[in-house]
Design a protein around this ligand. Structure first.
Ligand code: BDP
Length: 722
């Protein structure tokens, strides 16, 4: 198995289990249009039944006369198509009327007392009907009975994916081969993988996608590419997935031949109005525009002396005449040439500083898209304080399924435990409980449109993300958008059943490895809130490079010197960042005593000898955590061996290779970080491990033939610097 089917394999149930499930007579999908998700739902159920239960069942699109539900039928449709058709709906009206947009009602009913069961799937809209169909199939695939009545609605209307695909077919921070959307400057002719991607998204109830890189290019909007975008939208629409695009701010100059891209210039306004009209001709249900501006060298409204709101509103007004399109204006605005010598400078402060005062001036179809932490998808960050500053302006929180800083799919990192530290965080706005997830759902400030985006970056590798196990993060992302209170263990167990096997050894092993994976990676990469200590200057964002964290303009600093480490972000003596939180939270982070250890160095500059709540010093914690993390990673491939023969060889071996690599690379991480900080502060490891390499044979001590000993930069990456 090559992974292409991901969690939608629909593996056949063993014969003795099949008999516990009903034998279905027919599928009725109440839609005639084959671009409709309801039609898709009928086909998907047909395919699922043939694989899971080995039942061949026909699909029709109308009910027989008198709208009776045929015995043993599965009927799927929307609230609007059902009532006239089925008297049965009378009995379930209550469940159906409480559905939110995209929600569904699902139930297995008996015909009479002992008659055969029929299954009804009723979506609040067409998309909801498709989600109900997937729910039904996943229950079957997990060998669970269909409940008598089950109602499900999303936590938030926006559940979107961002792809960072370039027109030339490369993917920024993509780790699984070239783009499934673009090649050589244009949209691919064959969009088979695009439709398959939409199917995966729909199965976990993701309903939108931005198809191109936030670092966009003006040629996206060339006449040929507009047609191409139309074809992408057509390929994804049957799955209820709508598309949007990321725009390049200077397109009026570079594509339109104008002399400026000033958002208040009449010609610029006309340019965007016009191109938006053209785009809607090809993509009539377009989601809207994602904008990265004045960020990492990208032009934006500030380039023309205008405010961020002027920039956002330009696009918002262009979209308005065409429907419900929105602007996703990214809060990731910062100066990447920060002066490190000024102790008050702090990249983490940027979003709140840039967006303060704008809450009341955005058009109502502007949403601010905020990365979960104030820096950049690090191994551990506190939630972005901007989430506590916008009340009128609706927000989208941005996660990253692509493991950019987190091992790039070559290390196993199951992300939901990290996401929960953000979603469950209580911001205490106005002294009231304000969980981040309640802000994002729109509940806290009565928003109508808000929600989630995640940078996913699937590529055309058959594994989608480059690693089979990494796909649990995409699956989980959908689950968390729908229900941010999901239990991360349940999610990984369901994923494992669907993707790999029902065997208890497989489920237990994958669950345990996944649940340990984030703490393990944090342990050997960067702990106590110091960030993922990887290379940020050569921008590969991979592998240990602690020295590179300081002495650059990017502002992901550790401020490590010979005596102390960590960013002082307090209001009293530091950058003032902690003061960006509501007062109760600010107070906790202001004081090192009350700051949780895992964020200590995020907020405070402390001596290596400071004692943590565990009683250990900071430096000893560093050493111990790196040894523990690397040790734990050694067990991953060994424990994976238990799956040999219990799953297919192809995925078994592919994963074993990655876990073995990870075990080795964890040692590289451990030694680099430990050596680096030992050299910085000179405080030895209490357990005499760091620098001792007791059992290792040094190449430079061997009798060398054809090799010579050289010094290595950075020194910490090699054995004794050689
Ligand atoms: C950083 C990535 C960079 C992105 C940027 C962004 O390294 O490739 O362009 O974020 O989100 O994490 O705009």
């Amino acid at each position: 198995e090559d992974g292409l089917e991901a969690w939608l394999r629909y593996a056949p149930l063993p014969a003795e289990h099949v008999k516990h499930h009903p034998r279905f007579s027919q599928i009725v999908a109440l839609s005639e249009a084959n671009s409709s998700p309801v039609y898709t739902a009928g086909k998907e159920i047909q395919s699922g039944l043939s694989k899971i239960l080995r039942q061949k069942v026909d699909v029709t699109n109308t009910l027989p006369e008198a709208a009776q539900i045929p015995a043993s039928a599965i009927v799927v449709g929307t609230v609007d198509t059902f009532p006239s058709a089925a008297p049965a709906i009378e009995k379930i009206k209550e469940g159906v009327s409480s559905l939110k947009e995209d929600g569904f009602w699902l139930g297995a009913r008996k015909d009479g007392n002992n008659g055969p069961a029929h299954v009804l799937i009723i979506g609040q809209n067409e998309r909801g009907a498709l989600y109900g169909a997937f729910e039904f199939l996943m229950l079957l695939a997990k060998d669970e009975p269909c409940p008598e009545t089950y109602t499900s609605s999303p936590s938030a209307p926006i559940r979107w994916v961002n792809q960072w695909d370039n027109l030339d077919g490369t993917i920024e921070r993509g780790y699984a081969g070239p783009s499934v959307f673009f090649k050589d400057g244009a949209v691919l002719d064959d969009l088979t993988r695009v439709a398959q991607y939409a199917r995966l998204m729909a199965s976990v109830r993701l309903n939108g996608i931005i198809v191109n890189n936030v670092n966009s290019h003006c040629n996206l909007l060339s006449p040929t590419n507009l047609k191409g975008l139309g074809r992408i939208a057509d390929a994804m629409r049957p799955w209820g997935v709508r598309i949007g695009v990321a725009l390049y701010f200077d397109t009026p100059i570079e594509l339109g031949g104008l002399s400026t891209s000033d958002p208040l210039d009449a010609n610029v306004v006309a340019f965007w109005n016009d191109i938006t009209t053209q785009l809607y001709e090809d993509v009539p249900d377009m989601l809207g525009y994602l904008i990265k501006a004045n960020s990492e060298g990208q032009p934006g409204p500030l380039t023309y002396g205008r405010t961020l709101a002027d920039g956002a509103n330009l696009f918002a007004r262009a979209l308005k005449p065409h429907g419900d399109g929105i602007v996703m204006y990214r809060a990731f605005v910062y100066n990447h040439h920060l002066d490190e010598s000024n102790w008050k400078n702090d990249r983490a402060n940027a979003a709140v500083e840039f967006f303060d005062g704008l809450d009341d001036v955005f058009e109502d179809n502007v949403l601010v898209q905020i990365k979960y932490g104030p820096i950049d998808f690090q191994i551990r960050e506190p939630p972005s304080p901007l989430l506590a500053h916008l009340r009128r302006t609706q927000v989208i929180i941005e996660f990253q399924v692509a493991q950019e800083y987190l091992g790039q799919q070559s290390h196993l990192v199951y992300l939901p435990p990290l996401w929960r530290t953000i979603l469950d965080f209580d911001l205490r706005i106005d002294g009231q409980q304000t969980l981040v997830r309640d802000v994002v759902s729109g509940e806290r400030f009565n928003w109508k449109r808000s929600g989630y985006a995640a940078v996913v970056n699937v590529g055309n590798d058959s594994t989608w993300l480059g690693s089979h196990l990494a796909m649990s993060n995409l699956y989980a992302y959908g689950c968390y958008c729908w229900d941010p209170t999901s239990d991360e263990r349940d999610v990984i167990q369901d994923w494992t059943r669907l993707t790999l096997s029902h065997h208890p050894t497989v489920i237990d092993t994958v669950t345990q490895l996944s649940m340990e994976s984030w703490p393990t990676y944090e342990n050997y990469s960067g702990n106590l809130g110091i960030q993922t200590l990887c290379d940020i200057v050569k921008t590969c964002h991979y592998g240990p490079s602690p020295a590179a964290m300081d002495g650059n303009g990017w502002g992901q600093w550790t401020r490590a010197d010979a005596y102390a480490i960590g960013m002082d972000r307090t209001t009293a003596t530091g950058t003032g960042y902690s003061g960006q939180y509501p007062s109760e939270v600010a107070k906790i982070f202001e004081n090192p005593e009350t700051t949780p250890d895992e964020l200590l160095l995020w907020f405070h500059h402390v001596p290596y000898t400071r004692r943590l709540k565990s009683g250990k010093t900071v430096i000893q914690h560093f050493y111990d955590a790196h040894y523990d993390g690397a040790q734990d990673a050694q067990t991953f491939p060994v424990r994976w061996e238990a799956l040999r023969g219990l799953i297919d060889d192809q995925r078994f071996k592919h994963t074993l290779f990655r876990l073995t690599y990870q075990a080795g690379h964890a040692l590289v991480w451990r030694d680099s970080i430990c050596n680096f900080y030992l050299a910085k502060c000179g405080i030895p490891d209490e357990h005499h491990r760091v620098g001792s390499y007791k059992w290792r044979v040094k190449a430079q001590d061997m009798q060398l033939s054809g090799y010579k000993v050289v010094s290595i930069t950075p020194f910490e990456a090699a054995f004794g610097g050689h």
